[in-house]
Design a protein around this ligand. Structure first.
Ligand code: NAP
Ligand code: MN
Length: 267
């Protein structure tokens, strides 16, 4: 008989570890082979923790195409639909196929430096900032059209599902996850006699390219924040953001869960 492997990836807090061992028992009883070591033969990846645990699991497994579902033992848990109390129902619903599969779009960045290029991918957002809390000064292009010279704390490029995270705190709009768009949101844009920057977010079609070209003298003062993790690049020349052709998948168990979730997590 074929093994029905399920990955369980958990953060290390007490509640998560307790939840994981209960879940292991439950799944084993129902004929699955749960593993806490990621297997790419698994049919499902369960993330236990908060959104941070979900994001970490997704990055660690290189945006695996195995569908994800989250159990929330964390703080907010916007991605984490299942609560530890509802685990049995979740397993039954999973076996019965009572769910839909949601696509979560990713944002990709091609980073050009003097000597080398790099690819970054994020589930929530990628932000250009400056080291040591300085301002950034960067030209902004959309499809090679010059839009502005931006000065401020940073420019954030968010996916639809990331729009409720840092983007939302920065005055960005909430974007329904199925929309094929990226949102470019300024963080503390400066508007003075010295500098001028568009204070409003812009929503850009998913197949357009947003380019940030830092002014030359700032090529070594950048910081890129990828789903909350910092990266620094020497001699940064340009970053091209586009919607990635890769996506990840999440199982959704309750109908209209987006609106329930939004209301319960933000109001
Ligand atoms: P964290 O510091 O715990 O994250 C900040 C908060 O954002 C947490 O409450 C987290 O939920 C929540 N969150 C994450 N993704 C979300 C989403 N798509 N929609 C709504 N809320 C979301 O760090 P983390 O857990 O590793 O998360 C990384 C994210 O933190 C980054 O991608 C960025 O969006 C966000 N961030 C926000 C700010 C800000 O709002 N000023 C600043 C830096 C980073 P949990 O409590 O369940 O983890
Ligand atoms: Mn967190």
């Amino acid at each position: 008989m074929e093994e029905k492997i399920i990955n369980i990836l958990s953060n290390s807090n007490f509640e998560s570890r307790k939840t994981t061992s209960k879940l292991m028992q439950l799944l084993t009883k129902k004929g699955f082979s749960p593993t806490t070591k990621f297997s790419n033969k698994a049919e499902l990846t369960i993330c236990v923790g908060g959104d941070g645990a979900f994001i970490k699991a997704v990055h660690k497994n290189n945006f695996s195409q195995i569908p994800h579902v989250g159990i929330n033992t964390g703080h907010l848990g916007f991605f984490q639909e299942i609560s530890p109390e509802n685990m049995e129902k979740f397993v039954d619903d999973y076996i019965a196929g009572n769910y839909t599969v949601e696509e979560l779009k990713l944002v990709g960045a091609e980073v050009f430096t003097k000597n080398k290029n790099y690819i970054l991918i994020a589930l929530n957002e990628i932000v250009l900032k400056a080291q040591h809390s300085k301002m950034i000064h960067t030209h902004v292009f959309v499809n090679r059209n010059h839009v502005e010279k931006f000065s401020g704390d940073g420019i954030l490029v968010s996916t639809p599902s990331g729009s409720t995270a840092y983007n939302f705190s920065s005055g960005g709009a909430i974007v329904y996850p199925t929309l094929d768009v990226l949102q470019m949101t300024p963080i503390s844009p400066v508007n003075s006699v010295a500098y001028r920057a568009l204070p409003s977010p812009i929503i850009v079609p998913g197949n357009h390219v947003i380019s940030l070209v830092p002014e030359k003298r700032y090529a070594n003062s950048n910081l890129l924040l990828v789903d909350g993790t910092e990266y620094f690049f020497n001699n940064l020349k340009k970053i091209n953001f586009r919607m990635s052709n890769k996506s990840i998948y999440r199982l959704v168990f309750s109908k209209d869960s987006y609106w329930d979730n939004l209301k319960s997590k933000f109001l």
